[in-house]
Design a protein around this ligand. Sequence first.
Ligand code: ADP
Ligand code: MG
Length: 598
Amino acid sequence: MRAPDTPPSRPLLHHLPRVAAIGAIAIVPLVPGIPDFWITLAGYIGLSSLVAIGLVLLTGVGGMTSFGQAAFVGFGAYTTAVLTKDFGLSPWLTLPASLATTGAMALLIGAVTVRLSGHFLPLGTIAWGIAFFYLFGNVEALGRFDGINGIPPLDVFGTPLIDARAVFYPIWIAVILAVILSENLLDSRMGRAIRALRDGRLAAESFGIDTARVKLVVFVYAALLAGLSGWLYAHVQRAVSPSPFGLNAGIEYLLMAVLGGAGHVLGGVLGAGIVTLLKDQLQDVLPKLIGADGSFETIVFGILMVVVLQVARDGLWPLVMRLLPKAPPKTVAAGVPLPARTMPERGSPLLAVVNARKQFGGLVAVNDVSFKVKAGEIVGLIGPNGAGKSTTFNLLTGVLPATTGEITLSGERIERSSARAIARRGVARTFQHVKLARQMTVLENVALGAHLRGRAGVVAAMLRLDRADETRLLGEATRQLDRVGLGAHLHKPATSLALGQQRVAEIARALCLDPQLLLLDEPAAGLRFAEKQQLGALLARLRDEGVSILLVEHDMDFVMKLTDHIVVLDFGKKIAEGPPAAVAADPAVLEAYLGGVE
Ligand code: ADP
Ligand code: MG
């Protein structure tokens, strides 16, 4: 099997372009033939890269579009400008202060903004992008629209870093660190949570991930990178004024992230390079063409953004990636298994639903339904389409609040609990409409299910201190994928699987939670006969291990063979329940399914 004890030696070829890039960065300022002007431009590319990398995480990966990122650059820049000029602090000492101000502002703004849905979020970022521009421009202590001049340069052991070749290094060291930390972050337990924000939010919540908190974490992280850029900018430029921190700049930063490749950290650097160079050229050419002064490049950027969004949604980085040697998929070491939950005693009461009711306006989707699941049982929940089965699942898992009624899990009421709280109590589910994150591999999607069994947070992930934790989580995901028969598909994109296999991958994800109660919504739909038999055998084995299962399924053969007890719904009402054989012979059930054919 996979999972050898010693990781096999991996070809290192794929590291070559990065090593070469870092080497080039180290050498460029030392080449005397390169004019200062180009080194200065390269410095600006680095400064913008920091902001664009943050936007890659926020917008490209996390799905939160921000036009207001330049304001955070401003917080970083103005903080150090005031502290070094008015209070005489040394620039290096003000870095923590710049980051703290930016971080605090991001927490405040983010707490209000990231909860906005749909188009209100980008609109919100435009609003504060404009607001802070005018704030910077109207505060006396910040020099109003004239700004603050004469900011001291950075220095190393008393030597000031003044010329372009000298400041190039701190800028690009910051960029390299930002790339490494950001890539580390995305490739971690918290990174998977971030990557699930865009199209796996509901699933993420159902596996205990606090998506509102994760959004805020990304928001603050992106702002901190912008604040770092602002701090550097203030000491490179030696002057700050409001205009580089306004909405125009915010739009440019967003364009960099989108153009470069919104889903890839290095796409941010590529985008920053292209936009900065293009802007420099356009500022030369456009006024001559048009015959007037003005920031005409903004118009070109606007058009460019629309074109990119139309023809290359993933930006240009994927094109570059095709030319680079591919990294081999990471092997997953076996590692120590995660500790397992002690299952409740077989036959003890686990789940009790009493008069659960769900109304959508006038429609009663679940009409005062009551039933029980005992530990170690497989209970079938069947009924024609629209009977209220999936809605019942949503009530049990806290995805929807019940209108009235009681739901008890191991003696504790859960009908008012959140999806996260219920997940923590060992209830895992699959979805009738598959909810896997598209831009993640099968393995990463399944590992999301083990989120609550890991510890490592953002900082540990960025510094790669989370490897033991990671090995256990990915090891568990691998084990569960092997168990459901998808062990050969670990590193494929989740959506490359057939729909039936995607449902099975959702079962593996649910198993990663180490559930005591498993809710499966039509797990056998789309499976071939042999696959169904395999699935049936797996569910029977899980029951033997003490897992309780509530099963929604239309394949009657499958349900009859597997279940200990069946509950039948029709138009939201429970019309029958009992052992499989009795239910199959119940006239009310035949009536519901076959419309009264004898
Ligand atoms: P089943 O899973 O048994 O096929 P559902 O629980 O999905 O049935 O749906 C039960 C009824 O509730 C259907 O009439 C469906 O249209 C309705 N319904 C389900 N979810 C919603 C919702 N979010 N808003 C309004 N109506 C809904
Ligand atoms: Mg359904």
